[in-house]
Design a protein around this ligand. Structure first.
Ligand code: SF4
Length: 356
């Protein structure tokens, strides 16, 4: 474990993200299976939708979709939400089959919460560049070196990492979770360094930060914010805390260089709630562009503008209607978590669900 991976509390000047190779989703096994399937290859979008509707009824399946999914997947889902909301839905459902249209760690969380149900993901290679920055072995090593330390894991982690964690959190409840940790304990916050810096700033608590980033959000920089606001000076700015510019924006807002009352750091669920209730003529949206579909659908009289229109997560976008249909038809791909790992991860996830 070296300085590339961890930042010592109080050191603010030299944070450097840890670079991790990103697996390609250009040609996944699920995509190849669709190409080999003569039945699915012939179906147009309307027929795929019709067949999905039939199969979901026959199987009693519930379809959960993340806010970053492509519009046609959001439109057919029973529920669309952020990570915390989807976990809550998974925990509450009585459906025998859950089809999770999101990335793999989210389906794992659903499988941990619902061991008696079948959890399917249409493409298991839908990964996450942020979750890939940390392994369970690395967390165990930190624990060995810091036996009294507390590990708080963002939900964007594998089940194996959650199993080594004391608490889990999402971007909507990270502040509340940190406040639950006794003040005399050292905290390792992982894996997103920008969310960690934001949590430090808001709670005043010094944290050990893992130097992971999401490649989509880390690319949203201060110059993007300035350019977007120049075109819409009356807009509110909605920033996801994983964005690479969050610390600079908060510092600029505190210094009066950005309008503090219109610079808002929010989870995607928080952005949806803001869109419904706020009366600004426009919102500048600093997150993955999939959220724009829902914001525009729910608020037809309002303008929503992406801070970067290339803020697109290829892992989320690998889920398609054809793959969703195949998941329901063939029961692929089932997501399971080994019982001992699930039991340990569940403790951290339950603490996350309790901190709402
Ligand atoms: S947007 Fe970033 S954090 Fe979210 S799933 Fe994609 S890579 Fe992971």
């Amino acid at each position: 474990m070296n300085r590339q991976q961890l930042r010592v509390p109080g050191e603010l000047g030299d944070v450097r993200p840890r670079s991790t190779a990103r697996p390609s989703v250009a040609n996944t096994e699920s995509s190849r299976a669709i190409g080999r399937d003569p039945e699915i290859r012939e179906l147009d979008e309307a027929e795929l939708i019709r067949r999905i509707q039939v199969l979901r009824r026959e199987r009693g399946a519930v379809i959960l979709a993340h806010n970053y999914q492509v519009p046609v997947i959001q439109d057919i889902a029973d529920f669309v939400g952020d990570s915390l909301q989807l976990s809550q839905q998974a925990a509450a459902t009585r459906a025998p089959v859950i089809v999770f249209c999101g990335v793999h760690f989210m389906a794992e969380t659903a499988a941990i919460l619902c061991p008696e149900r079948m959890v399917l993901i249409p493409d298991p290679e839908a990964g996450c560049s942020l979750a890939a920055t940390v392994t369970a072995d690395e967390v165990r090593e930190w624990r060995r070196l810091n036996p009294n330390g507390v590990v708080v894991s963002y939900v964007n982690t594998s089940a194996a990492v959650k199993a080594e964690s004391d608490y889990c959190c999402t971007s909507s409840n990270a502040l509340r979770v940190i406040e639950m940790v006794p003040p005399d304990r050292e905290v390792l916050f992982l894996p997103d360094m920008f969310l960690g810096l934001y949590v430090e700033r808001m709670t005043g608590r010094r944290l050990r930060l893992w130097m992971g980033t999401c490649h989509v959000h880390a690319a949203i920089r201060m110059e993007d914010i300035e350019a977007a606001w120049a075109g819409q000076p009356g807009a509110d700015l909605l920033l996801h805390p994983e964005c690479g510019c969050v610390s600079n924006c908060m510092a600029a807002a505190a210094a009066g260089e950005l309008p503090a009352d219109r610079t808002l750091v929010l989870s995607t669920g928080g952005m949806v709630a803001h869109g419904r209730t706020c009366h600004a003529p426009a919102d500048l949206v600093g997150t993955e562009t999939g959220l724009l579909h829902r914001l525009r659908l729910e608020n037809p009289g309002k303008t929503f503008i992406p801070v970067r229109d290339d803020a697109v997560c290829e892992y989320m976008k690998t889920i398609t209607l054809a793959k969703l249909y195949r998941a329901l038809r063939d029961s692929v791909y089932e997501v399971t978590v080994a019982p001992d790992v699930a039991a340990r991860a569940r403790r951290a996830i339950d603490r996350m669900l309790a901190a709402v």
